[in-house]
Write a protein that binds this ligand. Structure first.
Ligand code: ARG
Length: 305
């Protein structure tokens, strides 16, 4: 009998889920009453009850896969507070709250900062709010020892510098990689790039991105750092398909991003499609609704069974 050996391809990496800690904010006061990105149209109505149901389903999808979800109290008058990813950045147990570009969202920075003083936030060191413009995980995506840092529309280069200093990135062995965004529809890094696998377990770092959202120099940087990246097309980008959360195995993403979901399967991931059609009206999707809280290295978790 002849034995066939499967060719070693990009698909051979073993994907493994690791348990995560997420902070989310229910869309209790979600609405589109101003337009600070091209997706927002204040004249088109928002169904808040539907937004809440969709958000609950996302939260349940995380919990069903063993992830811990904490919830921050939504505040009236802050319709974008549902986009928890923008509230700050937490790396190595250090939590720095955001400083928003637009006055409409300014009060969200202190709200997220205060959360780090609650009992649920035990184990995270509260560093306060950023002084420079910095929109949290909207623009700052950690992958292993790299912090990918978007700029161009929201977070500024001065914001990057402040993040590197206050989160003590060098001491943690983390390098900040600035990436310039050029298309106003993809105003935050997390609308144009997904972190899928940090390589901690699989040994293979994987990202996906929409190249046209980046400046030529940023595209060059991405090609150099991630030669095997999944390149996502205009159609999937335009449903904010790249705005995903990955636990290393499951990739939670918009159920509208069909080709991207197929590409994920080919690379050994398990896409989990979710419907966030109401929350999409504010210009965000799965990742926008999710702030990842990363404990200090010595508190880090081992893979999910
Ligand atoms: N309306 C919000 C804004 O323009 C949406 C933020 C989406 N969040 C994200 N992580 N991309 O600021």
């Amino acid at each position: 009998m002849t034995q066939t050996t499967a060719p070693l391809t990009q698909t051979s990496a073993q994907r493994t889920a690791t348990p995560r800690h997420y902070l989310m904010c229910p869309p209790t006061y979600f609405d589109v009453v101003y337009a600070i990105n091209p997706w927002m149209d204040p004249s088109s109505p928002v169904d808040t009850a539907k937004a809440l149901a969709q958000w609950e389903a996302l939260r349940a999808a995380y919990e069903a896969r063993g992830h811990r979800v904490d919830v921050i109290e939504p505040e009236p008058g802050l319709p974008d507070m549902v986009y928890a990813a923008n509230g700050g950045i937490v790396v190595g147990g250090r939590a720095l709250a955001a400083r928003f570009t637009f006055p409409e969202r300014a009060a969200e920075g202190p709200a997220y900062d205060r959360w780090f003083d609650t009992p649920e936030a035990e184990g995270y060191r509260r560093l306060g709010e950023a002084v420079e413009t910095m929109e949290g995980e909207g623009d700052l995506l950690l992958i292993g020892k790299l912090l990918l840092a978007g700029t161009g529309f929201r977070t500024t280069p001065a914001g990057h510098t402040e993040v590197a200093e206050r989160l003590e990135l060098a001491e943690q062995g983390i390098e900040l990689v600035p990436l310039e965004l050029v298309d106003p529809r993809y105003y935050h890094l997390d609308t144009a790039l997904s972190v899928l696998d940090d390589g901690a377990v699989s040994g293979e770092t994987v990202v996906a991105y929409y190249p046209e959202a980046f400046s030529p120099a940023a595209q060059e940087t991405l090609r150099r750092l991630f030669p095997d990246a999944i390149l996502v097309g205009a159609e999937d980008a335009a449903v904010l398909g790249l705005n995903v959360v990955s636990d290393g195995l499951h990739v939670f993403l918009s159920d509208r991003a069909r080709d991207y979901a197929d590409a994920l399967k080919e690379r050994g991931f398990v896409p989990v499609g979710v419907d966030l059609s109401e929350i999409f009206k504010g210009g965000g999707s799965v990742k926008c609704c999710t702030l990842e809280l990363r404990p200090a290295a010595d508190d880090a978790a081992s893979p999910l069974a």
